[in-house]
Design a protein around this ligand. Structure first.
Ligand SMILES: NC(=O)c1ccc[n+]([C@@H]2O[C@H](COP(=O)([O-])OP(=O)(O)OC[C@H]3O[C@@H](n4cnc5c(N)ncnc54)[C@H](O)[C@@H]3O)[C@@H](O)[C@H]2O)c1
Length: 271
């Protein structure tokens, strides 16, 4: 499989190095990062593969990828995703970009028209398989509860307007309860998990989100509760940060690698 990568930061680098060292049937043919130095640095790090470094998305697509992996930013998804689907399948990491239904619908339409696949890894949450299976039947409730240390949260405009000062929180406190579609506007750093869970199940308008801070927790915790015809599901992921970037959960990096393997391996276990 011919793969191109957009974004040579934490996740992109981990993916490229993994492909280089472990996936001998996969060829990384192109790299694109708006910071060109990062693409060049990553290319030098690779031992087996010799990807081209592209100046633009158009140049990247000239290397004829079968799969483009976006590991860059929401802006990259908004600017390039539709164009990429003209030429190739696409794996999206900055899935928070899809919380606007309009972009999601546009990409869905393009993917159908061009017979392309869009892959969205589970990221830092557990239970996406169960949510997907369960939502074939009737689902009553999907709730994501994110629990973080106040120091790991951003003092957003929403919190300031509510008079919440994260620096003053001394006990477990619920900062927000509402639906994913709204939550991602107030807490832009929590968008990826909320968007992934929404599209695995019942959509951003019906998926509930609760954001909690607790000075006694060190890790980023994501709990998922689902109730439906199938019964109930409860998962808890206690995430450690990835070694290269404390803002990214290590499980999210591993999940991107595993999704790539799923695409290229003959057996696909799980929903
Ligand atoms: N799905 C998930 O569960 C999950 C988990 C963690 C991170 N993410 C998302 O994945 C993305 C990458 O994360 P990361 O930790 O590797 O970030 P990072 O900041 O380490 O790397 C991102 C790289 O992309 C480049 N870039 C950004 N916008 C670009 C554009 N428009 N065109 C070309 N290059 C561009 C940057 O220069 C940078 O080198 C982020 O959007 C992040 O929110 C998703």
């Amino acid at each position: 499989m011919r793969v191109c990568l957009i974004g040579c930061g934490n996740i992109g680098k981990s993916l490229a190095v993994y492909i280089d060292e472990n996936m001998f049937g996969t060829d990384l043919v192109g790299l694109f990062d708006k910071n060109r130095e990062k693409s060049i640095r990553l290319k030098k790090k690779l031992k087996r593969l010799k990807p081209h470094v592209a100046y633009s998305i158009e140049e990247l697509l000239m290397f004829k990828p079968e799969l483009v992996i976006e590991a860059a930013s929401q802006e990259a998804v908004r600017d390039y995703a539709e164009r990429i689907l003209d030429e190739s399948d696409l794996m999206i990491l900055s899935v928070g970009a899809l919380t606007t239904y309009k972009l999601y619908q546009t990409l869905l339409k393009k993917a159908k028209e061009k017979k392309r696949k869009i892959y969205i890894p589970s990221g830092a949450i557990l239970g996406v398989d169960g949510v997907k299976s369960g939502s074939v039947g009737k689902i009553e409730e999907v709730t994501l509860t994110t629990i973080k240390n106040p120091k790991s949260m951003e003092q957003t405009l929403y919190l300031s307007k509510k008079g919440v000062d994260l620096g003053q929180i001394r006990k477990r406190t619920i900062l927000y309860e509402g639906y994913a579609e709204e939550a991602v506007k107030y807490f832009p750093k929590n968008v990826n998990v909320a968007a992934t869970l929404s599209y695995a199940g019942i959509g951003p308008q019906k998926t509930k989100v609760r954001i909690v801070v607790d000075p006694d927790v060190k890790e980023n915790i994501h709990e998922i509760y689902v109730k439906g015809d199938f019964g109930e599901l409860l998962t808890r992921a206690k995430n450690v940060p990835s070694p290269q970037n404390p803002r990214t959960s290590y499980l999210a990096v591993l999940s991107a690698i595993r999704t790539l393997r799923k695409i290229s391996e003959p057996v696909d276990v799980g929903t």
